[in-house]
Design a protein around this ligand. Structure first.
Ligand SMILES: Nc1ncnc2c1ncn2[C@@H]1O[C@H](COP(=O)(O)OS(=O)(=O)O)[C@@H](OP(=O)(O)O)[C@H]1O
Length: 407
């Protein structure tokens, strides 16, 4: 079982932000400390080097090619690919590191693990963590991590905070999130690959952890509810929704030229402009229409619905409710979320690494174009009956009105 570019921190007097450590590897989000929470793996570099970020970026590529192999609850092996530019052809033999005798800190150097090539300015420190914090999470005794089908899925709605929600939940030691949008249940090309392929795309987890993925394209898909039901009738579904007019503006903010976003939702061809009912941008906010299909397969209590702006404003309490829904212990609280004034959003403080705050990518929470007042009114008028139907279906109301809107 291979882990790539896992949770590696560069320690120096200047801590390098996590964003600089992120690789293109889609698995970067599966972090070793989540699978192996009793180990802390750090790589240190001289202060001089860490200051030179250009140089550091090159070093990042080196980091990418160190694989970790789990050998047993207390054993890990490193496979070092850093010796050549082509990782496939320059593997050095597997090196086993046994933690059972390590009580405190093991610094891995070429001398500790014969045959391991390490860049002269780097060394790896592996620390047993179980002794510090077994109350947070310890894997079931004697169990090896395995890939499992999701026990929960964030089905949408796109643009409503699904990424933030997934990343927030991923802070939890009993939740293991797949970073990629799998688009398995809505896409014929993926469905034909079968559940075995889908399972093999999931991160490693222990039996007491909840594997979760998010694919917002499931919510409006006609196919996804039936396919998910066929795969697992008991799966827990999570739906985050927000004011559909705000949702349109999130989509508009993603355009290269957001000022020209009207074509996404307005038909200006005739004498009087109309809301474009045929556009996916508009229909994505017709929550009642989509939910109706899901409710033919799943009872309402199996779908946890939350409001996107509530998630933006009060992540800790929203996540607390989700912990209950997912049946995992209450671990996350307001200490795990820190408001970042320059971003205008909460950023995350991992349970095991509270010193490392991480925000969502800068393409989340972007500036929106302003709506002309008459367009705003037209959109609110259009969505009002659909919203009312949605509120009646879920037995809850949200304050999605023109008067409240900040657009
Ligand atoms: N913590 C935090 N940081 C940044 N952004 C946050 C956060 N929490 C929620 N959001 C909101 O997420 C909105 C994007 O939604 P999605 O992630 O569902 O979009 S996508 O469907 O995956 O493209 C995005 O919408 P915009 O603000 O319009 O860009 C954010 O409002």
């Amino acid at each position: 079982v291979a882990f790539k570019d896992l949770d590696v921190t560069v320690l120096s007097r200047h801590i390098v932000p996590y964003s600089h450590l992120k690789s293109e590897d889609p698995h970067h989000n599966s972090s070793l400390h989540r699978i192996y929470p009793h180990l802390l793996i750090e790589s240190s570099v001289t202060q001089e080097e860490s200051l030179d970020l250009t140089k550091f970026k090159q070093r990042r590529d080196i980091l990418r090619w160190i694989d970790f192999f789990v050998k047993g609850p207390d054993q890990l092996s490193l496979w070092d690919h850093t010796t050549g530019s082509d990782p496939g052809t320059h593997k050095v033999p597997q090196n086993n590191i046994n933690f059972s005798n390590v009580t405190d800190v093991l610094t891995v150097t070429e001398a500790t693990v014969p045959g391991l090539y390490l860049h002269s300015n780097w060394h790896w420190t592996l620390t047993r963590r179980g002794d510090f914090d077994p109350t947070v999470y310890s894997p079931p005794t004697g169990e090896l991590p395995a890939q499992r089908l999701p026990k929960a899925i964030i089905i949408g709605a796109g643009m409503c905070g699904t990424r933030a929600l997934l990343e927030y939940l991923n802070l939890h030691p009993n939740i293991v999130a797949e970073a990629r949008e799998m688009n398995f249940f809505n896409d014929e090309q993926n469905l034909v690959r079968g559940l075995t392929w889908y399972r093999a795309s999931m991160p490693l987890s222990y039996s007491d952890q909840v594997t979760i993925e998010k694919s917002p394209a499931y919510f409006p898909s006609w196919r996804a509810p039936a396919e998910i039901f066929r795969a697992d009738k008991t799966i827990k579904l999570i739906l985050v929704v927000k004011d559909p007019v705000h949702r349109i503006m999130t989509q508009a903010g993603k355009l290269i030229n957001p000022e020209h976003s009207e074509r996404l939702y307005l038909n200006t061809k005739g004498t009087t402009p109309r809301v474009r009912k045929d556009s996916n941008t508009v229909s994505g906010g017709l929550y009642a229409q989509h939910l109706e299909r899901w409710l033919t397969f799943f009872p309402l209590p199996q779908i946890h619905i939350l409001e996107g702006q509530d998630l933006v404003r009060q992540p800790a309490s929203e996540v607390h409710e989700l912990e209950t829904f997912l049946g995992v212990p209450h671990v996350l609280n307001h200490y795990n979320f820190m408001y970042n004034t320059s971003r205008g959003f909460f950023c995350m403080k991992p349970v095991y690494r509270p010193f490392r705050t991480r925000c969502l990518d800068s393409n989340k929470g972007v500036k929106h174009p302003r709506l002309k007042p008459w367009v705003s009114r037209m959109l609110y008028d259009f969505y009002r009956p659909h919203n009312e139907k949605f509120f009646a279906m879920i037995g809850r109301r949200f304050n999605w009105t023109l008067e409240i809107s900040t657009l």
